[in-house]
Design a protein around this ligand. Structure first.
Ligand code: DX5
Ligand code: ZN
Length: 228
């Protein structure tokens, strides 16, 4: 069995020391850097853009997973690709032409994915399966770190897993299944059992007490709990 991938969300990092923070999570065993882009329009918060992505790029080798919570989407795709993003995901409601946006992300050399809010139906993926590298299920409403995991995400993960497995069984390309919001050591086992292979964790990682081994301690605890 493949170990679960952990993608710490730098939304909960110390932004005044971001280079140091991303180096520390990579050293602690992070698989991806999760990069939350919020525009105060699609979501009620405002965060970071391509300049910050470019600034952290030289500090880590691991992929940068850009989660776009912006509307519209398309103009930002080339900017993030140029800034060193490896994976770019967006919310289908925020793009007029979902198929075109997915294609544009791949044309810029990045892996492409759709993000589903808690109330967004999985049907959005049906006609674009062959254009997806990642499916990201939100387990909180997007906009803020530190929220509580919404339990109805578990059956939704199972449904997404089934769709992906059927697609692969029919000869389709692999698609990663990522979950974002409220992932902790005490619920990651259920999340992975429901079908997730990649977990975003913001407050769980960056809020880890030094006494418990800091970032390395929590990363190990998450990976161990995931297979337990
Ligand atoms: C929420 C963001 C998440 C968030 C996760 O809109 O997309 O990535 O930072 O943070 P935690 O793990 O604290 O829920
Ligand atoms: Zn996110």
């Amino acid at each position: 069995m493949n170990p679960v991938r952990i993608a710490p969300s730098i939304l909960s990092a110390d932004f005044a020391r971001l280079g140091e923070e991303v180096r520390a999570i990579e050293a602690a065993g992070a698989d991806w850097v999760h990069f939350d882009v919020m525009d105060n329009h699609y979501v009620p918060n405002l965060t970071i853009g391509p300049l910050v992505c470019e600034a952290i790029r030289p500090h880590v080798q691991i992929p940068i997973d850009v989660h776009l919570m912006v509307e519209p989407v398309d103009a930002l795709v080339p900017l993030f690709a140029k800034a060193g993003a490896n994976i770019i995901t967006f919310h289908p409601e925020a793009s007029r032409h979902v198929d075109r946006t997915l294609q544009m992300i791949r044309d810029h050399g990045c892996k492409a994915g759709l993000v589903f809010n808690p109330a967004t139906p999985l049907e959005w993926m049906d006609h674009v399966m062959d254009r997806l590298d990642v499916v990201l299920l939100m387990s909180v409403n997007p906009g803020f770190g530190g929220q509580k995991f919404i339990p109805s995400t578990l059956p939704k993960l199972q449904a997404a897993r089934q769709r992906i497995n059927t697609h692969v069984a029919r000869g389709g390309q692999p698609i990663l299944l990522e979950v974002d919001g409220g992932v902790k050591t005490d619920n990651i086992a259920q999340i992975v059992a429901a079908g997730a292979d990649t977990c975003v964790a913001g407050s769980a990682v960056f809020g880890a007490p030094d006494a418990d081994g800091g970032y390395r301690g929590v990363m190990q605890a998450l990976k161990q709990a995931a297979v337990a």
